[in-house]
Design a binder for this molecule. Structure first.
Ligand SMILES: [Zn+2]
Length: 331
């Protein structure tokens, strides 16, 4: 599905144009910071950029030459991807130092070395400082792409050395059309997933292919309901339990936030599409019991907790503050 007009991507056209223009003018930055929510398309564009840089055809990225295929299979010797270690949940200083050493070597196949640093908000302070060294004096052939939810989560000294490319969610109609056209999802299911994904095509595609994301959402909504009726002691123990799997916390908060935003919309009678259009009955009941102002306060509390977590405040503490919030009881 490589289409040269948009580097094979759906949406984010301006970001593709920005990078392509810089490439054509020979003005590519040495470091980019792609910001935006998980599964919105940051990594896909970073890989497309790598293909464009390594492509051996006249119309990069062609998707079929050796360079493009080696990127797609994850085997290009000049492409270096690092992500937080699954054991610790952090991107460590040794990983960044290794990367610095690798990218300083002359490219083995083409004219560039490209490094993609995934989830850079989970780099330790030492790792971030180690990257500064590479950012200060990068060899001319190095292009670094950092991925993170937002620039505020990173050291200002890192951000100031990168060109920031903010990704926004795609319109639901665009996600819906893409699911039907490219992934052959049934129209009704495509419409639901397009609403649920909050503009994150990657999430919608995963949910179309694999039941896990939808099951996760259902579990998180059940957990939310359970917490609303629970004692403070039980809520604290739920917060401690959540803190044990840091990698899923933001996704949980997103599900909760989407739910309360819907409650707020229904309670306020606003004519805005819902995040959870398959649950309107439950939402109406909840909206009547809670009201627009309290729903808005919960949305704010969840956003505050997410913000604190992104700023690396103690995870368990941030969750305890959230669950201790005067959550409305829903009958
Ligand atoms: Zn190619």
């Amino acid at each position: 599905m490589m289409t040269n007009t948009n580097w094979g991507l759906i949406g984010h056209t301006w970001a593709v144009n920005l990078l392509r223009g810089a490439m054509e003018r020979g003005e590519l930055s040495h470091a980019y910071l792609f910001t935006g929510p998980p599964n919105v398309g940051k990594r896909t564009l970073a890989l497309a950029l790598a293909q464009a840089l390594f492509c051996e055809s006249d119309a990069p990225p062609c998707g079929v030459c050796r360079g493009c295929r080696l990127v797609a299979s994850g085997n290009h010797p000049d492409l270096h991807c690092v992500a937080p270690e699954t054991s610790s949940g952090w991107l460590g200083i040794d990983q960044v130092r290794d990367l610095g050493r690798q990218v300083s070597l002359t490219p083995s196949l083409g004219r560039y070395r490209v490094a993609i640093l995934d989830d850079f908000e989970r780099a330790t302070a030492a790792a971030a400082n180690a990257l500064l060294k590479t950012l200060e004096e990068p060899p001319g052939y190095v292009v670094l792409v950092l991925l993170a939810p937002d620039a505020d989560a990173l050291l200002p000294t890192i951000v100031s050395r990168c060109q920031v490319v903010p990704f926004r969610g795609l319109p639901a109609a665009q996600v819906e059309a893409a699911l039907v056209e490219w992934w052959h999802v049934e129209p009704e299911r495509a419409a639901l997933l397009a609403r649920l994904c909050g503009g994150r095509l990657g999430w919608a595609v995963q949910a179309a292919l694999d039941p896990a994301p939808l099951q996760f959402r259902a579990q998180q909504l059940e957990e939310l309901e359970r917490l609303l009726g629970a004692s403070l002691v039980k809520r604290f123990s739920a917060a401690a339990e959540m803190a044990r799997t840091p990698e899923t916390v933001q996704e949980t908060l997103d599900v909760w936030c989407g739910w309360w935003r819907d409650v707020m919309i229904v309670a306020g009678g606003a004519d805005i599409p819902l995040n959870n259009p398959d649950m309107t009955e439950r939402l109406q009941w909840c909206a009547q019991a809670v009201g627009v102002e309290r729903a808005a306060a919960v949305v704010q509390a969840i956003r505050d907790a997410g913000e604190q977590i992104r700023r690396n405040v103690n995870l368990r503490l941030a969750l305890e503050v959230l669950v201790a919030f005067d959550l409305p009881r829903v009958p």
